[in-house]
Design a protein around this ligand. Structure first.
Ligand code: PEP
Length: 235
């Protein structure tokens, strides 16, 4: 199972380093059967640790160049970063990234061989229009995306569940992941208000291969509590 922590615009360079030290010592002691990833802000990027892959929340699809405010492949390479989030709903909806641009990013980083967590998710009005509308909306978010890319991980994150405290129900997640699984053979993560109190239920759903966690990942003890809930330590 994959546990991915998206810090968004939380944590500094110093607090990210402290977080990774703490998480590393937890993982070293526990030997969990999990793949753990942490996505800090760009200013806090640093090399991956033994049990933790450090990835970028965003990058511009170029090696370097005149793209004010962005970071590209050469800035990622300096820290050995080879994992990137693409298509997060906050970048689609707040930063205005179009499907065309997102597909360009995907193509660029796939061409460079990076591991990509590709995010999709429907807004509330689409969810309220019924499952067919949800499926149609989600598949449109795969326009221009190579579903067979071998380093692809997909994260299904309903926009209405992100940062709201209201996760999708087990039935909603199960049905949506089953729909995605029809065409996607790569790992499927669920994201949206995952926390210690609901991770066991969510993690047990068929076709949920992991979780992408925002708020509840910001404290390493809370992130760890989710791992314990899925794989309690053997005593
Ligand atoms: C996210 O932004 O990817 C996310 C899932 O956030 P939260 O866990 O806070 O809903």
């Amino acid at each position: 199972m994959i546990f991915a922590a998206n810090f968004k615009m939380h944590h500094t360079r110093a607090s990210t380093a402290e977080y990774l030290d703490r998480l590393e010592s937890i993982l070293e002691a526990a030997e969990y059967p999990f793949k753990v990833m942490v996505f800090p802000p760009a200013t806090a990027l640093q090399p991956s640790r033994d049990w933790i892959t450090v990835g970028a929340q965003n990058a511009y699809p170029a090696e370097s160049g005149a793209y004010t405010g962005e970071i590209g492949l050469s800035q990622l390479a300096e820290f050995g970063i080879d994992t990137v989030l693409v298509g997060h709903s906050e970048r689609r909806n707040i930063l205005g990234e179009s499907q065309e641009f997102i597909a360009e990013k995907f193509g660029y980083f796939a061409d460079k061989g990076l591991q990509i967590i590709y995010c999709v998710g429907e807004p509330l009005e689409v969810r309220e229009s019924g499952f067919e509308a949800v499926a149609e909306y989600l598949w449109e978010q795969f326009d221009g995306i190579d579903l067979d890319y071998e380093r692809l991980i997909v994260a299904y994150e309903p926009v209405w569940a992100i940062g709201t405290g209201r996760a999708a129900s087990v039935e909603e997640i199960a049905a949506t992941h089953a729909e995605l699984r029809r065409r996607i053979r790569r790992p499927l993560l669920y994201g949206g208000s995952v926390k210690p109190s609901n991770i066991a239920q969510i993690g047990a759903i068929a076709d949920v291969d992991g979780v992408l966690v925002g708020s509840a990942s910001l404290d390493p003890e809370s992130f760890h509590a989710m791992m314990i809930a899925v794989a309690p330590p053997q005593v």
